[in-house]
Design a binder for this molecule. Structure first.
Ligand code: NAD
Length: 292
């Protein structure tokens, strides 16, 4: 069923292509005011034009930021807070796979910076305008299975594997979801995450053999429309309005790996993320603090 989102404000990151674009478009189709967050102004403008054309919705706008960069996330959060006094839905969706070890403008390993720290940082900065009932949706992945976080080497400085870094970043999405849900308990702001399935998108653009193999297999993958279904479900469905801390696959609750259900790892990741984003500094806006 297409739940009306009229009167609601939503932010979707990575909404210029793939799963995020469809998510933003379908939220707009349901009547929501939507802010598309993209990295390139041209692609963000194209996404807005596409969504307006497809849905007839006029309440769609764009903001741009490089989400691997702390200063850009702070600037983005400020711009969102100025435009939207009350945010109902935040979909953290932007992500990438980096087979070579790259560093963000802040000198953080790129996969960890973009896929995990951007979710953590932006969410914490937007929480002050997320008034109950509000929902946070984190796009994770079943790729998280088979890895644990290495707290001695979160950024792969000693040993780096691109796919492994991606897997760990998606594990971090699930641990972040669990810890945030715990801290938000009783506030009416929920936080869930999901695996979208294997979806034909731009994420597999690596020119090497890994990218080629994945693109060949992607002929059998889901369309972005199918891949966005669980994100849209968690953002809109009345039956999950009170659900929090969950991991969903195909619009149903699923059990993530044992490593993703480790509350000590979730707390440790929260503390590390606070330090790495500078959110733990006394001068920065206070993030949620709830003792274990
Ligand atoms: P995609 O490449 O089509 O979309 C990724 C989006 O993130 C794009 O809009 C891109 O511009 C944005 N982005 C990338 N780097 C950015 C940066 N530095 N700053 C701002 N935005 C940036 O890929 P997708 O498959 O639609 O990926 C969306 C999410 O789905 C990701 O979190 C990914 O991990 C997850 N996922 C995808 C699959 C799949 O099979 N495609 C499977 C599991 C999980």
């Amino acid at each position: 069923m297409n739940e009306s989102m009229a009167g609601k404000s939503c932010v979707v990151t990575g909404a210029t292509s793939g799963i995020g674009l469809v998510t933003a478009r379908e939220l707009a189709r349901r009547g929501a005011r939507v802010i598309v967050v993209g990295r390139s102004p041209e692609r963000a403008a194209e996404a807005v034009a596409h969504i307006r054309r497809e849905t007839g919705g006029e309440q769609v706008g764009a903001l741009t930021a490089d989400l691997s960069c702390h200063a850009e996330i702070r600037r983005l959060a400020q711009a969102i807070r100025e435009q939207i006094p009350r945010l109902d839905v935040l979909v953290n969706n932007a992500g990438g796979i980096f087979l070579e070890r790259l560093e963000s403008p802040d000198g953080v390993e790129m996969t960890f910076a973009l896929n995990h720290l951007s979710y953590f940082h932006l969410t914490n900065l937007l929480l002050p305008v997320m008034v109950a009932p509000a929902r946070i949706v984190n796009v994770a992945s079943d790729a998280h299975r088979g890895v644990v976080l290495d707290f001695e080497d979160l950024e792969g400085k000693k040993r780096f594997g691109g796919w492994r870094a991606y897997q760990r970043s998606k594990l971090a999405n699930i641990l972040f979801t669990a810890e945030l849900a715990r801290r938000l308990e009783g506030t009416g702001v929920t936080c869930n995450c999901l695996h979208p399935g294997f979806v034909r998108t731009n994420i597999f653009r690596d020119p090497g053999w890994v990218g080629m193999a994945i693109r060949a297999a992607a002929r059998f993958a889901l369309s972005p429309e199918e891949g966005a279904r669980t994100s849209i479900y968690l953002a809109t469905a009345p039956e999950v309005a009170g659900t929090t801390g969950g991991y969903f696959v195909k619009e149903r609750p699923a059990v993530p790996s044992r490593a993703a259900r480790d509350p000590a790892a979730a707390r440790r990741l929260w503390a590390a993320s606070l330090a790495m984003t500078g959110l733990g500094d006394p001068a920065s806006p206070a993030p949620l603090e709830r003792s274990p």
